[in-house]
Design a protein around this ligand. Structure first.
Ligand code: F6R
Length: 606
């Protein structure tokens, strides 16, 4: 959560910082602020709410002029969203921006209060700023090193010292930070899209590293002052990939990108018509050696893992335990060195998922991560990484990242099933080919967009709704429900269709629409019975089923027909109407589709 940026160079610093922050608003938008060296002094401007509030404030009031500065967009953790709690924090000597959480900030605050410091905000960050000021005796790197030795928790920090007006400093532990390298100018940022307008070259700052950045140099040091050499990274995608490209919202653009990004993700992992995870160092021998498979993730990524469980259990006859990372890490999981722990994460920075990865490594399990953001912490720290190639996902609600995660679940299941001899080569080829056809099927599924818009118009006034399904359809319902509630603010729950009558059906009235997902032939009849139960209680029913499913028209009020894939692959096709229904419901309700309230794209706090 939170996005930080920094700039040193010849350009108008305020303009660069605002432009960079606008690419990071997905990380939080409770407030924004900048600190710029202006006539040798640190000039700070901040405002509660969206970045545009800060821009408006500066237009009417004071807009700092200078060439060196730092900026921040906030997702509030300590202290409500307010001007006073906005970053940067500090005083005339030191100014900082911070992404992360300082766990021992109360202890530090008490220490500093004893030394006579006064605090104005409720943030943990202000304690770091004041601690830097307390230890500062003229040498910034020494001061930062000392402070890092005292603070506990996670941080990516951008720091300015008034005595060094040509330099910004950065440090990180457990929160991401990159250093953008331009010609005669350099940057810091929480994520690559922030710098793409200016450069595609960057360094990844690693754990416990400190960077000293001027317009002509980037020096990286370890905690003992040792100089660290880094490999320059190159961002393969350009700024356009992080722009809306004519769509009204990033979410819609990203839904439409799914065919292309699935192709990009699966093709390098298919060799001669067979799954080929060897591309990522994962051999069949290794796959079949695991005693148990755990898939752990959060939110949408966890829902992708749930589909993975159904698929792996069905095709590869291997038990899979799926869990939410924030639960798994605190319940003494019984993992050992014979087990595989698979972590799924778009950002590769989700705090709970990262903690599970570390726990799994401590317990000597093999770890494989499925990650979208190249070079992110989870990707770097896991034994093996399967990168998904969704490109930058800007909309807070995940769509294309989910689809590419699913595609990897399938390839994994197919390779495992073949390695274990559960399916023969012919079947493995068949399944792999079917997966390769999914991008075309999704292309066709996108043609039902208008119908989904119409369904959105029927749902937009609901206060609450239910998603029901069985098996894979239940796993998909969970994702459909999350998508709808997070961006339209309509309460919604996903239920296993057969479980409804054990309590939840008492909620069903003519004011509770039900979206029923029934794409699995073997479960169709059972789900239809459950649909009849809710229909009999007055619910408006929307049935999502295969194009070829022939059920009477009066079963549901509306049927959304999805192009056909093999049953096991249907979640990939049926995800599209789920995403589009959520999208249009949100648009029709006038919600902020790409930036739903209270959410942030990258959840780097517990
Ligand atoms: C919902 C959504 C979230 C994320 C979750 C995990 O649309 O995007 O539920 O899936 O916060 O994030 P990552 O995948 O970055 O670990």
């Amino acid at each position: 959560m939170c996005g930080i940026v920094g700039y040193v160079g010849p350009k108008d610093c305020t303009e660069v910082l605002i432009s960079a922050l606008s690419k990071l608003e997905y990380r939080g938008y409770d407030s924004a602020g900048i600190a710029v060296f202006e006539n040798g002094q640190i000039s700070v401007e901040k405002a509660k709410g969206r970045l545009k509030n800060l821009e408006e404030k500066m237009e009417k009031g004071h807009r700092p002029k200078g060439h060196v500065g730092i900026g921040h967009t906030r997702w509030a953790t300590h202290g409500e969203p307010s001007d006073i709690n906005s970053h940067p924090h500090g005083n005339k000597r030191v100014s900082i921006v911070h992404n992360g959480i300082i766990e021992n900030y109360i202890k530090i605050k008490n220490f500093l209060v004893d030394k006579g410091y006064e605090f104005v905000s409720e943030t943990d960050t202000e304690t770091v700023a004041k601690l830097l000021d307390f230890y500062y005796e003229g040498n910034p790197v020494e001061t930062i090193t000392r402070v890092l030795g005292e603070i506990e928790g996670s941080y990516a920090l951008g720091i300015m010292f008034s005595e060094y007006p040509d330099t910004i400093y950065a440090a990180r532990k457990d929160s991401p930070l990159i250093i953008g390298v331009g010609e005669g100018e350099n940057f810091i940022a929480s994520d690559v899209p922030a710098i793409l307008k200016y450069t595609r070259h960057y360094y990844l700052l690693e754990q416990n590293e400190i960077a000293v950045i001027t317009k002509d140099s980037v020096e990286i040091k370890g905690l003992h002052g040792e100089k660290i050499e880094k490999e320059l990274q190159y961002a393969g995608w350009d700024e356009e990939a992080a722009e809306k490209g004519g769509y009204e919202h990033f979410m819609l653009k990203e839904i439409h990108e799914q065919p292309a990004v699935i192709k990009r993700t699966i093709l390098p992992r298919i060799m001669d018509g067979m799954p080929f995870l060897e591309e990522c160092g994962i051999t069949s021998e290794m796959l079949k050696s695991f005693r148990k498979i755990y898939i752990v993730a959060c939110g949408t990524a966890m829902h992708a893992g749930l589909v993975g469980k159904y698929v792996i259990e069905r095709i590869a006859e291997t038990e899979v335990i799926v869990d939410i990372a924030s639960e798994f890490r605190y319940r003494n999981p019984l993992i050992g060195k014979e087990d595989l722990v698979m972590l799924i994460s778009q950002s590769g920075e989700t705090a709970d998922t990262k903690a599970v990865l570390r726990l799994a490594k401590e317990k000597q399990a093999t770890t494989i991560s499925v990650v979208n953001v190249k070079g992110s912490s989870i990707a770097r720290e896991s034994d093996f990484v399967i990168y998904t190639h969704a490109g930058p996902e800007i909309s807070v609600a995940s769509t294309k990242a989910y689809s590419v995660q699913l595609s990897i679940m399938y390839l994994f299941a197919f390779q495992l099933a073949y390695a274990k001899g559960i399916i023969d080569e012919k079947r493995c080829r068949e399944l792999t080919l079917e997966l390769q056809e999914i991008p075309d099927i999704i292309e066709k599924a996108l043609e039902i967009e208008e119908k989904c818009q119409f369904i959105g118009s029927r749902l937009m006034n609901a206060d609450s709704l239910l998603y029901i399904g069985r098996g894979l359809d239940y796993a998909l319902s969970m994702e459909g429900s999350l998508k709808l509630k997070e961006i339209s603010y309509i309460h919604s729950e996903a239920y296993a269709a057969g479980e409804l009558k054990h309590g939840t059906i008492s909620l069903v009235t003519d004011e509770m629409p039900v979206i029923a997902v029934a794409t699995q032939d073997d479960l169709l009849e059972k789900t239809i019975s459950n649909i009849k139960e809710v229909k009999a209680r007055g619910a408006l029913v929307i049935l999502i089923c295969k194009e070829t499913t022939d059920v009477s028209h009066d079963i549901a009020d509306y049927q959304v027909k999805v192009p056909v894939a093999e049953d096991i692959l249907m979640p990939m096709a049926a995800a599209v109407p789920m995403q589009l229904i959520a999208y249009y419901t949100s648009v029709l309700r006038g919600c902020d589709v790409d930036k739903p309230r209270n959410l942030a794209k990258s959840v780097t706090v517990e």
